[in-house]
Design a protein around this ligand. Structure first.
Ligand code: MSP
Length: 512
């Protein structure tokens, strides 16, 4: 059986990775972990996009060869993965032979098929976006939008890919595959874009202008346009393993139209290859309403937060705060609100109470529960609805809502503890109170175990730590998610500090 294959976009390495890059990896990782827990075999690919003009320029500015430049900056992107506890199965660099070989082969195939032709072209070129612009890209006052940077008029002979002749096929494909793009409104945007006739795609850059790329096999005076090179990464890694097509490409909204929704499906279709099963398009993290990016310099480095609060706290915040597909603003204040009230005071508190009371009132051994009375029955019923809602929410990428439900269950468990007040029961010597004490200790431990299981795709280390202090070895889903008496007789640890109080502002690491 083909594994469930999912990818992130591959990052440009001309700068340091920021929270936007981190988010995409965490989101994809959550999906990968969720799938594995459900028993799927998963193949998760991420990597870096190392060719193109941006890299060539950045290397020139530093006065070093581009290969050395990408070797150095790429290391920061690779270091991001362990920092965020990303469970990728492979990592692709577009300068690797295994990739260049496939790009070369596919280009030759399209050329032989007659889908690539040479033509003289004159037009406006944006270096920043590495693309030719159309008249319609101009602003009403005739200037070019800021995102294009410097725009120059050039006349060049180049190779073109016959995109236009596949436009009708693409429209038909999108119309008959309604769930190709998530969220759905993005698919409508693509169809809107396709109402205008497509231009054929310029897929070459003359060597004298851009040397840092994959040479065209049929004309080495040219290198391959960076998007044609980059998109192929998804296929090159699995070209010989029979694992194509990808099930999900996770990407940001800026690279949907035209690269992933137009060029990529058409390239694959022209090559007689299957198109990916779906595109999952997330929004942008901004700071004070401005998109976080290298070029504006308003970016937050993930390490700033993982060092101070831990990897899982950052993963939690990114997934809890952003509704996949929409945009979110990142503020330290909002991070602290969630860290304190949801992680430290809610989940952290449940862990503390469970360990502490089991140690004090049951010599550290989780007792067997007696018959469930109303409060236990209510909590168990809430568990069942929580679990039965959270799984479909995760399947539909509504992870923020899944976490919200899961944490509502944690809140309810804390409320259950308040109601049973084991600290009072512990002082009583009646047999009835002692029985109730045992039931309440067993119930809170079981509820904690279950909540920990459900957060595991988002906070895998936290789940592991909780399982460890409960003396519990997890089994696969769905069994792990069934309320039972799995913990009876387990010896618990005395304490676990999961989410320590944040440092006061004057002791916190300096903000960039
Ligand atoms: N190299 C191309 C992608 C090629 S994929 C075949 C590229 N690289 S990038 O470094 O600019 O962006 C990589 C990913 O990070 C994109 O999906 C992009 O949307 C995402 N993000 C970059 N900044 C972002 C935010 N501020 N917020 C969320 N994600 C954003 O594009």
């Amino acid at each position: 059986m083909k594994p469930f294959y999912l990818t992130t976009a591959i990052d440009y390495v001309n700068g340091a990775p920021h929270l936007g890059h981190a988010y995409e990896k965490v989101l994809t990782d959550v999906i990968a972990r969720f799938r594995r827990l459900r028993g799927d075999r998963v193949f998760f690919l991420t990597g870096v996009d190392e060719h193109g003009q941006k890299v060539q320029q950045a290397a020139q500015q530093r006065g070093i060869p581009p290969q050395q430049y990408v070797d150095e900056t790429g290391a920061d992107f690779r270091a991001l993965l362990p920092l965020l506890n990303i469970s990728n199965d492979d990592f692709i660099r577009t300068t690797e032979d295994r990739h260049k070989r496939v790009v070369t082969r596919l280009l030759q195939q399209l050329f032989d098929k007659g889908d690539i032709y040479l033509a003289k072209y004159s037009g406006f070129y944006s270096t920043r976006q590495e693309q030719f612009l159309q008249e319609k890209d101009r602003q009403p006052d005739g200037t070019w939008p800021e995102i294009y940077g410097e725009v120059t008029e050039i006349t060049e002979t180049n190779y073109f890919f016959k995109l236009k002749q596949y436009q009708a096929w693409l429209v038909e494909f999108l119309t008959t595959h309604e769930n190709f793009i998530f969220p759905r409104f993005r698919q409508k945007q693509v169809l809107e874009f396709l109402k205008e006739p497509l231009n054929d795609l310029c897929i070459s850059r003359p060597r004298e202008r851009l040397a840092w790329g994959i040479p065209l096999p049929f004309d080495p005076q040219y290198v391959t346009y960076v998007w044609f090179d980059a998109l192929v990464n998804y296929y090159s890694v699995v070209a010989e393993t029979g694992q194509w097509p990808a099930d999900i490409h996770v990407i940001g909204k800026d690279i949907l139209v035209p690269p992933h929704a137009v060029y990529w499906p058409i390239m694959l279709h022209a090559l007689g290859l299957e198109v990916p099963k779906s595109l999952l398009v997330h929004g942008w993290w901004s700071v004070n309403g401005v998109k976080m990016s290298k070029s504006t310099g308003n970016f937050i480095e993930p390490a700033e937060y993982t060092t101070e609060f831990g990897t899982d706290a950052l993963r939690y915040f990114l997934i809890r705060e952003m509704n996949v597909g929409q945009d979110s603003d990142f503020t330290r204040a909002q991070f602290l609100v969630r860290y304190n009230s949801e992680l430290a005071n809610n989940l952290g508190n449940l862990v503390n109470r469970t360990l502490n009371m089991t140690t004090r009132f049951a010599a550290g051994v989780i007792p067997a529960a007696g018959p469930a009375e109303a409060p236990e029955q209510e909590l168990q019923a809430l568990w069942t609805t929580t679990r039965d809602e959270v799984i479909p929410l995760c399947e539909g990428f509504q992870f923020h809502a899944a976490l919200e439900r899961t944490f509502a269950f944690v809140t309810a468990t804390n409320a259950y503890i308040e109601k049973r007040a084991p600290w009072k029961l512990g002082k009583s010597t009646t047999a009835a109170d002692q029985a109730l004490l045992r039931t309440s200790l067993a119930t809170m431990a079981e509820a904690l175990r279950l909540a920990a299981a459900l957060i595991s795709p988002v906070m895998p280390t936290t789940t592991e730590k909780i399982n460890a202090v409960l003396g519990h070895t997890p089994v696969g889903w769905p069994d792990e998610l069934a309320w039972g008496a799995r913990l009876t007789g387990r010896k618990v640890a005395e304490a676990l500090v999961l989410f320590p109080r944040p440092l006061p502002a004057d002791k916190a690491p300096a903000k960039s």
